[in-house]
Design a binder for this molecule. Structure first.
Ligand SMILES: [Zn+2]
Ligand SMILES: [Zn+2]
Length: 320
């Protein structure tokens, strides 16, 4: 039996980050497991949470890999499907639990996340990490799944070419996933420093786009400017996939959607098991990450703006 009842964690309250050494250890309910977090990725959604998205207050962190502490799965390396449905509504009954109106989402909505030494996860949401897949790569399962969702939503025959806007972490993963499925990928990149993260990929980096010249555009920018560029780039009757959260679209002019008769498709979480298979197949090598203990969250938040790093990871179990 563990004797400790507290743990280190990062908390977010009213947009302010802080680290605590005495967060209450999660108490797994029936059918849940306690997972010791090896790595947890900081992503755009976490930064949106700090600006009020979902009115979140608590421990964020939804991209993680760890090891189950107790029970029949003890010692198993795992990642998790982050959406937890109510289990009894129409969406849950039809296998669409991630659209359950009563869902909780690990580290995003009504549930503590993985910027902590431990996180509690329902067993049915756990996925075993294949033996040959390292923690350093498995931690990307959640964003890879989100990228694969685009492929799920745009079945073959799909357009031969796509323009990806937003060369951040999600954008680059989305570009790699689409390229691995045989799509010709152009990625709009304004900061050439980011190009280093796309070496050994089939992605063509472009610094401008043809207005109204792209039949398929995926917006991963998370910004109003990126969203407006995506609206501008999409060809009449083209397909615009919205992959990232733009909380403050504000007074954005949406008339191009109607004038150009665009198909606009929202895209969120995707298939985690397929993401593990995709990573295991070697489509992506462990990218250049900045790794921090929880206590160095200020430096981590700073590193998240540094284009030299592909990703910022926390290592909650590390000694501080
Ligand atoms: Zn994320
Ligand atoms: Zn439900």
């Amino acid at each position: 039996m563990r004797e400790v009842n507290s743990m280190q964690a990062l908390e977010l309250r009213k947009g302010v980050w802080s680290k605590t050494t005495c967060a209450e250890l999660p108490r797994p309910g029936p059918g849940e497991s306690l997972v010791r977090v090896a790595y947890a990725g900081l992503c755009g959604t976490d930064l949106e949470l700090s600006s009020g998205y979902y009115n979140f207050s608590g421990i964020p962190g939804h991209e993680f890999v760890g090891t189950v502490c107790d029970g029949p799965r003890a010692g198993m390396r795992v990642v998790a499907d982050i959406n937890i449905g109510c289990g009894s509504c129409w969406f849950c009954d039809s296998g669409q639990h991630r659209h359950c109106q009563l869902r909780s989402v690990i580290g995003i909505k009504n549930r503590s996340g993985a910027f902590a030494e431990y996180v509690s996860v329902p067993d049915q949401n756990l996925l075993a990490v294949p033996e040959k897949l390292s923690d350093e790569l498995a931690v990307y399962a959640e964003p890879v799944a989100a990228a694969l969702e685009v492929i799920e939503q745009v079945p073959e025959p799909r357009p031969a070419e796509v323009l990806v806007i937003g060369a951040g972490r999600l954008g680059m993963i989305t570009g790699r996933v689409l390229a691995s499925c045989g799509v010709r990928v152009k990625m709009l990149m304004r900061n050439p420093l980011r190009a280093q993260h796309l070496q050994n990929s089939d992605i063509e980096i472009v610094s401008s786009f043809d207005k109204g010249g792209h039949s398929w555009v995926v917006d991963c920018s998370g910004s109003k400017a990126g969203f407006m560029a995506a609206l501008d780039a999409t060809m009449p009757q083209g397909l615009l996939v919205l992959k990232s959260t733009v909380v403050n679209a504000g007074d954005a002019d949406l008339s191009p959607i109607m004038v150009k008769e665009l198909q606009v498709l929202g895209s969120r979480c995707g298939p985690m098991a397929k993401a593990l298979s995709w990573l295991e197949a070697g489509h992506m090598h462990a990218p250049k990450a900045a790794v921090f203990p929880l206590g160095e969250f200020n430096a981590a938040l700073q590193a998240a703006t540094d284009p030299n790093y592909f990703k910022v990871l926390f290592r909650p179990a590390a000694v501080i």
